[in-house]
Design a protein around this ligand. Structure first.
Ligand code: AMP
Length: 282
């Protein structure tokens, strides 16, 4: 595996590979790799000739007062994991090379960026869309892989790809969970053992929501039930949002339909955790 730090060199490499008719799968990450990331990388490896993974803790997607400084960074452990899987390239740029002094261009996917997480993380999705756009332009992959864990992000990236005419296939992979149901996340490393245990209530609430929707309970009632389950867990300090939403518009759903998104964002201590589930009735 080669570690590439310079965008111009990364671009040359993938351009040459594509000229030789090699397909390129790309997995953007912020590092502190866990089995969720690795599942995306394995899928990219299966479906492409060459796999590029990026590790970049993107400053523009962190709002003031968020965890940019303390976000876990461990290049050595991450490289070992990537070498073991056997990818060809790790793109590992520095912030000052991607955002030099005077940087002033941002991508904003309007409307859906302001719902759910967007309400609580001002500018977050503008930062995400901007960095993914830049990485797509540098690497120009055939396919890019994202996790359903960040469902809103996948909608925003798909919309950006459509609106800005990228010729890149977006592939969304299932959420990988701990055996107790907790969705894997680099931020889980912030949690104490008792907090981790408390966090399993999120998955329990999703499962209960799924069960109720499948038994044709009205979405607004399911939302109330999910919130009640979460409120019973004393370690949850704040429920930012929790309920049943339209999977395309992300608006709250009152009426029955056949495709629902259950989405949850809570704070346990200072740690913000999100999770979601798609429920389809046929
Ligand atoms: P991050 O490093 O948190 O920016 O995540 C990089 C990619 O991995 C994103 O597309 C995430 O949605 C995805 N990802 C993170 N956690 C999981 C998980 N538990 N299961 C599947 N994909 C995940």
């Amino acid at each position: 595996m080669e570690i590439i730090r310079i965008p111009r060199i990364m671009r040359e490499i993938t351009k040459n590979l594509k000229n030789r008719a090699k397909s390129i799968g790309f997995v953007p990450t912020m590092g502190a790799l866990h089995d969720g990331h690795l599942s995306l990388i394995k899928r990219a490896k299966e479906e492409n000739d060459i796999t590029v993974v990026s590790i970049f803790v993107n400053p523009t997607q962190f709002a003031e007062g968020e965890d940019f400084e303390k976000y876990p960074r461990d290049l050595e452990t991450d490289s070992e994991k990537l070498k073991k899987i056997g990818i060809e390239y790790l793109f590992y740029p520095e912030a000052k090379i991607l955002y030099p002094n005077g940087y002033s261009t941002f991508v904003n996917v309007e409307n859906i960026s302001n719902k759910l997480c967007g309400k609580f993380r001002p500018g977050h999705f503008r930062g995400v869309a901007t960095i993914v756009c830049k990485l797509f332009n540098i690497i120009n992959p055939n396919r890019a892989y994202f996790g359903q864990k960040d469902y809103q992000q996948t909608l925003i990236i798909r919309k950006m790809v459509e609106d800005l005419n990228f010729d890149i296939e977006i592939i969304v992979c299932p959420t990988i969970r701990e055996s107790n149901g907790l969705a894997m996340s680099s931020r889980n490393s912030y949690l104490e053992e008792n907090e981790k245990k408390a966090a399993t209530v999120i998955y329990k609430a999703l499962l209960e929501g799924e069960k109720l929707l499948k038994s044709k309970i009205k979405p607004s009632e399911v939302t109330l039930k999910i919130q009640e389950i979460l409120r019973k867990e004393p370690m949850i300090k704040e429920i930012q949002y929790a309920g049943v939403y339209d999977p395309l518009t992300l608006d709250e759903l009152d009426e029955k339909t056949n495709k629902y998104l259950i989405a949850i964002a809570v704070k346990i201590g200072d740690t913000r955790l999100i999770d979601n589930m798609l429920v389809e009735l046929n």
